[in-house]
Design a protein around this ligand. Structure first.
Ligand code: ADP
Ligand code: ZN
Length: 612
C-alpha cells in the first residue's frame, strides 16, 4: 500500500506535510469526517487529494468555482493522477466519457459542481461506484451569513444520509465561529474532527505608507514595483473604474505592461484580460474589487492597494491573493486620509440601514488604525481575527524599519477610562466629546458630563483623540461591537495598560523614515538572485512558458516558481538529482526532466566563466 508520505514525495514531489495536513489525512484514512479551516495557500487540496489516492475508489470533490476546475484537473494530470471534472461547461459527449471513466473505476479524483452532483441521476451513479471520500470545498457557501451563500450547498447534507459509510471533509478559508457552526449543522458534521490552522500568512510582507505628503501614490507604486517586482505578476487595487484604467495606462506607458479590470468593461474584455493574467508570466492587472473571486493563480507576487479597502476583512482577503504558493510576496498599500473621507461619504450616502452604516464606519476606523499603526502589522491583523501571534513578526514594514513614534500611555489610559465610565455603549465620536469636555445633549442627558473623565483630554484636538482611538482599536485594546451599533468595548488586552504595566506609542504623522530597510530581509525571490542566476531563471521561465503554451495551460500548471528557484540554486545535473526539486514528482520528471536539464546544462559553469 502507498502510504501518504510516499505519495507526497513520489507523486507531488514534496518532502514534508505542512501544519495540520498529516493529521487531517490520518483522520480521513481512519474513515472519520473532517472540518478543516486553513488560510488561502495553506495547502487544503492535498488534504483530500492524498487520501483519495490512498483509499480505494474515487475521491469526489464538490466545488462551486467551475471556472477553476479545468486548471485544477490539468495540474493533477500533469502529476500522473487520473482526474476529471463534470460541470455545465462540458459538451455532452465529453460528459459521457467522464461518467464512463467513473463507473469503470478509472478515476482517482472527480471534481463536480454542486448542482450537478445533486441530480438524482448523478447520485444514483455514485451509489453504484466505489467512493474514496467526499471533499466539500469552499464549505462556507452553506452559510447564509457569508457573502458566498449558495442554496444548493445546503442540499449537500443528503450525502450524509445516502453515503453514510463514506468519509466527508469540508474545507474553507473563512474562519469566524458563526460560519463554522453553520457548516457543522448544515452539512451534518457533528462528529467530525475539527482542524483550525493559524490564519497567518508568514510569506506575505505587509507594508503600508501614507501618501498624503510628498510623492504621489502612483509614483510610490512605480518605485515599489520597479524595485521589488520588475518581472512578477501582481494585482493593483483601486477604488474607481476610471482610476484602474488611468493607472493601467500609466504603468504601460512607463514600460510595465498592465491591464485594467472592472465591472464596467465588456464581458469579453474582462475574460480576455483575466485569461492573459492567468496564462502569462509577469503581467500586472489593475482592478477594482470586482477582480479576485475565484482567481487561483498561485504565483501572484504582490498585491498593491492604491485606495483604502473597506475593512480589515476586505484588506486581508484581497492581500491574501498574493503568494498562495507559499513563496515570498508583498502586500503593499499607499493610502491617503482623503480616501477615508470619501469612503465615509459612500457609507453615509448608501441605502443601508443606520445600524449597518455605523458598523461599516467602525470597520473603516479599524482599518485606518491599522494604517497608522507603529507596531507589528501582522500582530495587529491576527489580533483582529482573534489570534495571538508574536509581538513582532520581522516581516512587515514596522518591524523592518520602525517608524518615529511618541509615547501616549497617559492619553491611552484616559481614553480607555472614558470608554469604561460611559458604560462601553458608545462609539468613538461620543467618547471623544466626553474626553474633550464637549457636553452635547446626549452626553448631558446621560449625565456623562459629571464623570471624572469628562474634559480630562481637553488639551488634545478631536483628530488627535480619534487617531489614538483608532490605534487602540487596531491593536486590539478596544473592540468595535458590531452587534451594538459600533460601540467601543474594552478587551482583555488593555488590562496591562490600565494597570500601568505597559506603555503605548503612536506613529507620528508625516515623519515616516523613508526607504529605510529597503532591500533588506527576504525579498521576493527573483530579486535575491544574482545576475548569472537571473539569466538562468529567465531561461527556465521561458521553457516553462513554451511547454505551457504547447498544451494551452497556465505556466504554473507545468511547475511553480519554487521549482524554478530550486533548479537555479541547486543546479541538478541528472534525472536522479531532480527528485530533490520541490514539486518534481515522478510524472513531471518523466515528462519535462530532460528539457529542464538541457537548459541547466547550457548554463553549467565552465571553469570560471558562465555559458550564454
Ligand atoms: P489552498 O487550497 O489552501 O489555498 P493549495 O492546496 O492550493 O492551498 O496549496 C497552496 C500551495 O502550497 C500549492 O502550491 C501546493 O502545491 C503547495 N503545498 C501544499 N502542501 C505542501 C507541502 N506539504 N509541501 C510543499 N508545498 C505544499
Ligand atoms: Zn511585523
Amino acid at each position: 500500500m502507498h502510504t501518504a508520505q510516499d505519495i507526497l514525495e513520489r507523486i507531488f514531489g514534496y518532502r514534508a506535510f505542512r501544519s495540520d495536513q498529516a493529521d487531517i489525512i490520518a483522520a480521513l484514512l481512519e474513515g472519520r469526517d473532517v472540518l478543516a479551516l486553513m488560510p488561502t495557500g495553506g495547502g487544503k487540496s492535498l488534504c483530500y487529494q492524498i487520501p483519495s489516492l490512498v483509499r480505494e475508489g474515487t475521491g469526489i470533490v464538490v466545488s462551486p468555482l467551475i471556472a477553476l476546475m479545468q486548471d485544477q484537473v490539468e495540474a493533477l494530470r500533469q502529476l500522473g493522477i487520473r482526474a476529471a471534472f463534470l460541470n455545465s461547461t462540458l459538451e455532452p459527449e465529453a460528459q459521457r466519457g467522464v461518467e464512463e471513466a467513473l463507473v469503470s473505476g478509472a478515476l482517482d479524483l472527480l471534481y463536480v459542481a454542486p448542482e450537478r452532483l445533486l441530480t438524482e441521476r448523478m447520485l444514483e451513479t455514485l451509489e453504484r461506484v466505489k467512493i474514496a471520500l467526499f471533499a466539500i470545498d469552499e464549505a462556507h457557501c452553506v452559510s447564509q451569513w457569508g457573502h458566498d451563500f449558495r442554496p444548493e450547498y445546503r442540499r449537500l447534507s443528503t450525502l450524509a444520509e445516502r453515503f453514510h459509510a463514506v468519509p466527508r471533509i469540508a474545507l474553507t478559508a473563512t474562519a469566524d465561529a458563526r460560519t463554522r457552526k453553520e457548516i457543522i449543522t448544515e452539512l451534518r458534521l457533528a462528529n467530525a474532527a475539527e482542524f483550525v490552522a493559524s490564519f497567518d500568512r508568514p510569506n506575505i510582507r505587509y507594508a503600508i505608507t501614507d501618501a498624503g505628503e510628498g510623492m504621489s501614490g502612483r509614483e510610490r507604486l512605480w518605485r515599489f514595483i520597479d524595485e521589488r517586482h520588475p518581472r512578477d505578476a501582481g494585482i493593483v487595487y483601486c477604488l474607481s473604474r476610471k482610476m484602474t484604467e488611468d493607472v493601467a495606462a500609466w504603468l504601460s506607458a512607463r514600460g510595465r505592461e498592465a491591464l485594467p479590470y472592472h465591472a464596467g468593461l465588456s464581458r469579453e474584455t474582462r475574460q480576455h484580460n483575466q485569461a492573459r493574467f492567468l496564462r502569462e508570466d509577469g503581467l500586472v492587472i489593475v482592478a477594482t474589487i470586482a477582480f479576485g473571486m475565484g482567481i487561483d493563480k498561485p504565483d501572484v507576487r504582490f498585491v498593491a492597494h492604491l485606495s483604502l479597502p473597506k475593512s480589515i476583512e476586505a484588506y486581508y482577503q484581497e492581500t491574501g491573493r498574493a503568494g498562495r504558493d507559499g513563496e515570498p510576496a508583498d502586500a503593499w498599500m499607499a493610502y491617503r486620509i482623503q480616501d477615508a473621507v470619501r469612503l465615509r461619504q459612500f457609507i453615509r450616502d448608501s441605502e443601508a440601514s443606520d445600524e449597518q452604516k455605523r458598523i461599516e464606519a467602525a470597520k473603516l476606523d479599524a482599518l485606518i488604525g491599522l494604517c497608522e499603526l507603529t507596531t507589528c502589522r501582522r500582530h495587529a491583523l491576527l489580533a483582529y481575527f482573534g489570534e495571538d501571534g508574536p509581538e513582532r513578526c520581522g516581516n512587515c514594514d514596522n518591524c523592518l524599519a520602525p517608524p518615529e513614534t511618541a509615547e501616549r500611555t497617559e492619553d491611552a489610559r484616559k481614553a480607555l477610562s472614558a470608554v469604561y465610565r460611559t458604560g462601553q455603549r458608545f462609539g468613538a465620536g461620543y467618547v471623544v466629546n466626553v474626553l474633550r469636555g464637549k457636553a452635547d445633549t446626549r452626553i448631558a442627558r446621560n449625565g456623562h458630563d459629571r464623570l471624572a473623565t469628562f474634559g480630562i483630554g481637553a488639551d488634545r484636538s478631536q483628530s488627535e483623540w480619534r487617531h489614538l482611538l483608532r490605534q487602540l482599536i487596531a491593536r486590539g485594546h478596544l473592540m468595535v461591537d458590531d452587534e451594538r451599533h459600533g460601540a467601543l468595548r474594552l478587551t482583555e488586552k488593555c488590562r496591562p495598560l490600565l494597570r500601568g504595566e505597559a506603555a503605548f506609542h503612536i506613529r507620528l504623522p508625516g515623519k515616516e523614515k523613508a526607504r529605510a530597510g529597503r532591500r533588506h530581509g527576504a525579498g521576493a525571490m527573483a530579486v535575491q538572485l544574482g545576475e548569472g542566476e537571473r539569466a538562468l531563471f529567465d531561461a527556465l521561465k521561458a521553457l516553462r512558458m513554451r511547454l505551457a503554451g504547447e498544451q494551452g495551460v497556465p505556466a504554473y500548471v507545468i511547475c511553480h516558481d519554487r521549482s524554478l528557484y530550486d533548479l537555479v540554486t541547486q543546479r541538478p545535473q541528472t534525472r536522479e538529482a531532480l527528485h530533490d526539486i520541490a514539486g518534481f514528482g515522478e510524472a513531471k520528471i518523466a515528462r519535462y526532466g530532460e528539457a529542464f536539464l538541457e537548459v541547466l546544462n547550457r548554463f553549467a559553469p565552465q571553469g570560471e566563466a558562465e555559458a550564454p
